[in-house]
Ligand binder design. Structure first.
Ligand code: ACM
Ligand code: ZN
Length: 763
């Protein structure tokens, strides 16, 4: 960052000066320096002025003219009372701009035309809160992005999206100052890009006969799904993005995720087929044959046409989720391994190195044509292709390793960047999603360049990206709902200097942007405007503290008996507590009308609710939350184990002592476990319940071993109920043991399983 003005001059408030425009936009600019003086007034004479002879600046001027409904002229030097676009800002950052407003004019000066474009976006967003903004307070905004790579990936292969939606999506990238459109064009379930030399790729590969209903139900909708982009359409979209300073990076995912290609060209698979375009989701064993020389020709011919359509220096070659089972059996693949002298080692087997060989060959081919590759982090398994950029999705680890090896990296970990995940814990009213839990605050908290990297290594982190996979997202409207407003949070991860990021401040600035979403006709999620509840057990009062908040300037009314809140219900005026069973409901109201979803939460208390609890063991990293208090808060977790209502353990058991404060008669202990063996979460291995009156000598009340051992994957919320002859004691120790070694049949065989529990009820 090369701006000369010291940080102490930064003004964080726009209230001091007059003007309707609000410069506190998203992503937050680097510096907003307000000054005294009369505002600039937009009038019927105001024009957008650009320097003569620069087509890009003319296009920039048209964008601004369209956004603010102003005429565009070219004139040098320009007249006062206009909005002037200019080049010539001195900055090392090519995307930097300065926006200056005084009584006489507004000037946007860019280091390049792209910088001017971002200045235009800032000016446009500053007017979004009201319908007609006419006054702009004096200001100087100095701005430049933190990262050079600011992307979102759109998967159009699981569900095809028409050209019109792809353009609407690109408009969203522009609105959020993003500059990379990663376009995931090929998959097992559909090939979406026309390749003239191989017409069957789209003739046969773009259509699947039907689609699985829900998640692995075995039932199908019976409806063919298809669609692809002609080369003309692709070029039109690439140009549309380019006008908005967005580079379109195509992804041809290879050598896995290739069933749709193999449908028309089975000769490039190991078994020769026949193959079908996939009608379910997942990872499929049939991949391209890496031992067949013809496969390389096939890929090179495809990529030659791809390079003609996409001027991007980067071509994404996928590389994720490539099962090796066909290669292990295939005579051609095994002959190639032998011929190359490939050997497995302790870290990777020889088929991994065969994938590295294939990737390196494709990289060499693209490098020879002046292009570079990006691959998903699986390309680190084996030997990383010499010039590859790594897209780290299975967490940050792959990206960290690649940066340490001196490779460029784009961070897009599932934990912070997978927008196909649910954005709220209460999924009952959400459109069906793949799973997961990625609320907007988790997106916002993402740090793509962690401090364990040296400054040199950090310089390899080119930027960050969000990914939208569309297995469960059939329409553009639904895609918008998953993207917005999480894209707003991602845009600050990508653009805003880390030290200037602040989530509460971001939330204050968000309504201005969502207003613009609304005006532009986007479908966005509104969870941030709902009533937020903070529910915490209080061990002094032995009750549940309840705090509500809402982003809007509304009143909150609530009920405790499950009835729908109205303006006749209890008006919220600060923290209160509850200790009885019931259902809390709350909603925000303005002018007597409800303007939020109804928040609701059931409370099911027991003799252990809100009683002091001590955790004697360590929960698993990332799943400890506020500790054992959540086990006695009267709140249950539901089916999603990631929402913070389930405490997780791995490698240590759950051992707690609950202090009932006085000798209490107990004859029943209940708790739930959340089992998802596919995610390494198993049921309890053993349960021991003990009692004590001095918290020193404990006597066993009851115990059980060998619980729910199965020899297949399963998932369920399991209710554990222990009844026994009544015991009167003050302290109860509950031990729930985790499975020390996952069974033989499991992919994590021999490793320690997780255990998740949401509540321990003593009665
Ligand atoms: C991926 O999510 N398979 C890259
Ligand atoms: Zn093969």
């Amino acid at each position: 960052m090369t701006f000369a003005i010291a940080g102490s001059l930064i003004a964080c408030s726009t209230n001091k000066t007059t003007g309707d425009a609000n410069y506190q936009v998203i992503p937050l600019p680097f510096e907003i320096i307000t000054s005294e003086g009369q505002p600039f007034i937009l009038s019927s004479d105001t024009k957008v002025v650009y320097p003569e002879g620069n087509d890009l600046m003319a296009r920039n001027a048209e964008f601004l003219g369209d956004y603010l409904n102003l005429p565009v002229i070219t004139s040098t030097p320009s007249d006062d009372k206009n909005i002037e676009l200019a080049l010539g800002l001195e900055s090392e950052n090519k995307e930097a701009y300065r926006l200056e407003v005084n009584e006489n004019k507004i000037t946007i000066t860019g280091a390049t035309e792209a910088g001017v474009f971002y200045g235009i976006q800032t000016l446009r967003k500053s007017t979004a809160l009201k319908n007609s903004i006419t006054t702009f307070a004096p200001v100087t905004i100095n701005d430049a992005p933190r990262f050079g790579y600011r992307g979102v990936m759109l998967d159009v292969a699981r569900h095809y999206e028409p050209v019109a939606f792809v353009k609407k999506f690109i408009d969203l990238l522009a609105l959020h100052n993003m500059n990379r459109f990663h376009w995931h064009l090929t998959e097992d379930q559909g090939w979406r890009v026309e390749i003239k030399q191989y017409p069957k790729l789209t003739e046969l590969g773009s259509i699947r006969n039907e689609t699985v209903i829900g998640k692995n139900t075995g039932e199908y909708d019976g409806k063919p799904h298809g669609g692809f982009y002609t080369q003309e359409e692709i070029k039109e979209i690439v140009a549309y993005a380019q006008e908005r300073y967005i580079t379109t990076i195509p992804e041809i995912d290879l050598p896995g995720h290739m069933l749709a290609a193999l449908k028309g060209y089975p000769e490039y698979g190991c078994t020769g087929g026949p193959y079908e375009v996939a009608t379910t989701w997942g990872v499929f064993d049939d991949v391209l044959c890496a031992g067949n020389e013809e496969t390389y020709t096939f890929l090179e011919n495809i990529l030659t046409e791809v390079m003609e359509m996409f001027p991007s220096e980067y071509i994404h070659i996928g590389g994720d989720e490539v099962p090796k089972v066909r290669w292990e059996e295939c005579p051609k693949c095994q002959a190639r391994i032998k011929e190359l002298g490939i050997k497995g080692d302790a870290k990777h087997n020889k088929e991994h190195y065969l994938q590295s060989y294939l990737t390196a060959r494709i990289e060499k081919f693209l490098n020879e044509h002046g292009r570079r590759i990006i691959g998903w982090d699986e390309i680190l398994e084996g030997e990383l292709a010499p010039n590859a950029t790594v897209m780290s999705w299975r967490g940050m680890g792959g990206g960290i390793e690649a940066a340490q090896l001196g490779h460029d990296v784009i961070m897009t970990p599932t934990t912070n960047a997978y927008f196909d995940y649910y954005q709220t814990a209460n999924t009952e009213h959400e459109p069906f999603a793949i799973g997961g839990y990625l609320p907007i605050e988790k997106v916002y908290s993402f740090e793509p360049a962690p401090d364990l990297l040296t400054p040199e290594q950090k310089s390899h982190i080119l930027g960050a990206q969000a990914n939208l996979w569309t297995e469960y997202i059939p329409t553009g409207e639904h895609a918008e709902y998953m993207l917005l407003p999480r894209m707003a949070a991602m845009s600050e991860v990508q653009w805003t200097a880390a030290e200037k990021k602040n989530y509460d401040n971001f939330l204050q600035r968000l309504p201005q942007l969502t207003n613009l979403y609304e005006k532009l006709g986007y479908n966005f999620a509104t969870h941030v405007y709902d009533v937020q509840a903070n529910l915490q057990p209080n061990f002094q009062t032995n009750a549940l503290d309840v705090e509500f908040s809402t982003l809007s300037n509304s009143d909150i009314y609530y009920t405790l008996d499950g009835s729908e809140p109205t303006t006749s219900s209890i008006k919220y005026d600060g923290k209160f507590n509850v200790k009885e069973d019931g259902e809390i409901k709350a909603a925000a109201f303005s002018a007597g009308k409800i303007n939020s979803k109804v928040f609701s939460e059931k409370l099911l208390t027991s003799k252990s609710s809100y009683k002091p609890i001590t955790l004697l063991t360590e929960p698993a990293k990332d799943y400890g939350y506020n500790g054992a208090a959540l086990l006695v808060d009267g709140l249950y977790g539901g089916s999603n184990y990631k929402t913070g209502r389930w405490i997780g353990f791995q490698g240590s058991d759950l051992v707690v002592v609950i202090d009932l404060l006085q000798p209490t008669e107990i004859s029943k202990v209940d708790f739930n476990t959340n089992v998802v063996t596919g995610d390494w979460i198993f049921d309890a291995e053993e349960v021991i319940i003990e009692s004590s009156n001095d918290n020193e000598r404990f006597e066993t009340v009851t115990s059980e071993t060998g619980i729910n051992v199965k020899d297949e994957q399963w998932q369920d919320v399991v209710s554990h109920n222990f009844t026994f002859d009544a015991v009167t004691a003050r302290y109860f120790k509950i031990t729930i043991k985790t499975l020390d070694k996952m069974p033989e049949w499991h992919s994590g065989s021999g490793r320690k399983a997780f255990l998740f529990v949401d509540e321990i009820a003593l009665n």
